[in-house]
Ligand binder design. Sequence first.
Ligand SMILES: Cc1ncc(COP(=O)(O)O)c(C=O)c1O
Length: 402
Amino acid sequence: MTELHLRHPSAPDARDAVRALRPSQIREVANAGFGIADVLPFWFGESDRVTPQFIRDAASNALADGATFYTHNLGIAPLREALAGYVSALHGATSAAHVAVTSAGVNALMLAAQLVVGAGDRVVAVTPLWPNLVEIPKILGAHVETVALDYGAHGWTLDLDRLLASLTADTKLLMINSPNNPTGWVMTRDQQRAVLEHCRRRGIWIVADEVYERLYYPDDAGGARTAPSFLDLATRDERVICVNSFSKAWLMTGWRLGWIVAPVALMDDLGKLVEYNTSCAPSFVQQAGVAAVERGESFARQLVADLRASRDHLVRALASIPGVDIKAPAGAMYLFFSLPGATRSLELCKALVRKAGLGLAPGSAFGPEGEGFVRWCYACDTARLDAGVERLQRYLTEQSGR
Ligand SMILES: Cc1ncc(COP(=O)(O)O)c(C=O)c1O
């Protein structure tokens, strides 16, 4: 062995915290389908429809006009103003000074975590949950503890007392996503009020991931345009950071555009973090964002009506399959349900893609609390959903005949 080896025995690895991150099990299933031509993919969280034409036109026009330069770290003024108007209409007075533009929701989550979390901090998250919210604080060296939703006759519910008990004085941050990916669970206004008051008393930050707020289908709708939001209750200058995205309400997943509503006191520091992460969201994409916010309301409303119809269609179809336990959730765009074989959901989803050409996400991808379930994104036309249900039925029949 050379002297060099003795001095540098370890492999050129990433930091321990990064190596310990969980890889995406959804990706693992998708990789299992690699090379299989005929797969119906319901595993990712996006619609099968393209972004509305008027938004694409706004981006093309902005590019034609030369919008190819860096912008202010916190976003172009017209977009911050437009978002302030949009948020004010939904959740009460919000100034542009409280709004920052980000490179989509996931970047907003990272920035929010970077603002308030450091190595050794205690973070609490409610699960099952889209893995990014749990993994992001870990990148920063924080310890993440989870409080699991319960599954029962009424679908997924939160044991509020258990959550409050977990929010101890030494907790730095609560990360909460409602409407929730993957379960579709929606936090009630009373639960939000109790959590906010509890966190206020203990100085705990709340990062509220509300990217699905418009995808809300309560039974007693009464025309509600959004799910209950922490912004409805919190003042704009307390320890609440609200994360949102253009991806879901305006079908702009590939554009990477989102925003944060946060206390003004954070904005200078947030600007520094944006500078050192991305510097800004792309200029022409921000201009398209102005079109989405200012002219996209009727589109968003129609989308929600379409998604509600797709949800009901898929729930009806799946509920008729023996062994499938399913309840219609009040929000987001997923059904998270149990079926025979799902106690090992990763294996089941790999088998479904290989043997039935059906692409679902395993419940275990959303934490151990999600084991026993699979996630199906229903943001697509009903003929495709029907084809998927037929494949699932055939697969289950074959398995039960063995
Ligand atoms: C709960 C949740 N938060 C945030 C995001 C981020 O979306 P994007 O980065 O596309 O804005 C997603 C995407 O699926 C999500 O499910």
